[in-house]
Design a protein around this ligand. Structure first.
Ligand code: SAM
Ligand code: SF4
Ligand code: SF4
Length: 334
């Protein structure tokens, strides 16, 4: 029997944050003024070990999860993530393991990740011009370094990489067409993400959001598009195909077109809390259950009961303006 929440949504995806640290300071995610030199990141022993993550993942797979995604923070700043990928891919029932990264360390890790069984990569890149990108990432990093990571991924055998670009009004709107022109026809798919009000630190305002309809209209003016039906239920991105056959783009419109009804995703924070929504205020502590001697049955019951009681649909309620204290995205994983 499938485990479903109060709105009938099954639990099929698990996003695992392997660290709350990052080598960038994107203004919309970990602004440098807030995540400065004195910021208290999690201690090593607070983090779930790779063995613990694998145990939790096995429990989730037993409850119906088929897709795993490693994220963070920046997952590749944690040592030897490929060994984690290898042990996750050995779990019976896992169909797909993906990883979201800013790409800076891919040159060093892409081949090992591929060999360990990583199925798919998502790379984040918000602009192709140096001035804009280095300002957004808060560390003065040039886009060429991310593109070098992408080239390493291609050499390692990752064919169709998804490229995430968060679009902010007045900041990187010009990147929409530039990214389309750069990636059309390459097999990689750019996915434009509406800027979201995750966390409490990025100073989000509705006016900063560039909507799906604006993004699609701008691309369509230059390169005509048609909407493609979703491949699987619960797909977060709406897909649009170029009429000239040069591939497609995706748009993740969590602000203007919320997809809570199809949200089948749980999130595990780096210290082992279960969040059932990206906009959650608190998580359920799985680490204590993991570290107690009660075995996997207690853990399974905790996950089961949490999902069964799940009511989350933040993005659908956003307009109603119900304020909560929200967790940071770098903490629970995007
Ligand atoms: N460090 C990795 C990276 O940047 O790909 C993985 C973690 S990051 C939190 C995952 C994704 O969340 C990235 O693609 C990032 O652009 C996106 N993201 C972070 N903050 C966001 C926000 N406020 N609105 C929309 N997307 C956001
Ligand atoms: Fe780091 Fe990714 Fe957040 Fe940028 S979006 S600060 S790369 S975790
Ligand atoms: Fe899922 Fe929460 Fe996002 Fe809605 S707001 S799609 S429930 S993570």
């Amino acid at each position: 029997m499938t485990l479903a929440d109060t709105l009938g949504r099954p639990l099929t995806d698990l996003r695992i944050s392997v660290t709350d640290r990052c080598n960038l300071r994107c203004t919309y995610c970990m602004p440098a003024e807030v995540f400065g030199p004195d910021h208290a990141f999690l201690h090593r022993d607070a983090l779930l070990s790779y063995e613990e993550i694998t145990r939790v993942a096995r429990v989730f797979v037993g409850l119906g999860v088929r897709k795993l995604r490693l994220t963070g923070g920046e997952p590749l700043v944690r040592r030897d993530v490929a060994t984690l990928v290898a042990s996750l891919s050995a779990i019976d029932g896992v169909d797909d393991i993906a990883l979201t990264t800013n790409g800076l360390l891919l040159g060093r890790h892409a081949a090992a990740l591929r060999a360990a069984g990583l199925s798919r990569l998502t790379l984040s890149l918000d602009a192709l011009d140096e001035a804009t990108f280095s300002k957004i990432n808060g560390r003065g990093v040039a886009p060429g370094r991310v593109l070098a990571g992408l080239a390493a991924a291609e050499r390692a055998g990752f064919e169709s990489v998804k490229i995430n670009a968060v679009i902010q009004r007045g900041i990187n709107e010009h990147a929409i067409i530039e990214m389309v022109e750069h990636f059309r026809g390459t097999g990689h798919v750019v996915r434009f993400i509406e800027y979201m009000d995750v966390g409490e630190t990025n100073g989000w305002r509705t006016d900063d959001v560039v909507s799906e309809s604006t993004i699609v209209a701008r691309v369509n003016d230059r390169y005509p598009l048609e909407l493609v039906p979703p491949r699987v239920a619960g797909e977060t991105a709406r897909r649009y195909r170029f009429l000239d056959g040069q591939g497609e783009i995706g748009v993740i419109a969590s602000v203007t077109r919320p997809f809570c009804r199809g949200c089948v995703r749980a999130r595990l924070s780096a210290k082992g809390e279960l969040f059932t929504c990206l906009f959650g205020a608190t998580g359920v502590d799985l680490r204590s259950a993991l570290r107690a001697s009660s075995g996997d049955e207690a853990l399974r019951a905790l996950v089961h009961d949490t999902w069964r009681g799940r009511t989350d649909r933040y993005s659908e309620q956003r307009r109603a303006g119900e304020a909560t204290q929200k967790v940071e995205m770098s903490y629970i994983g995007g």
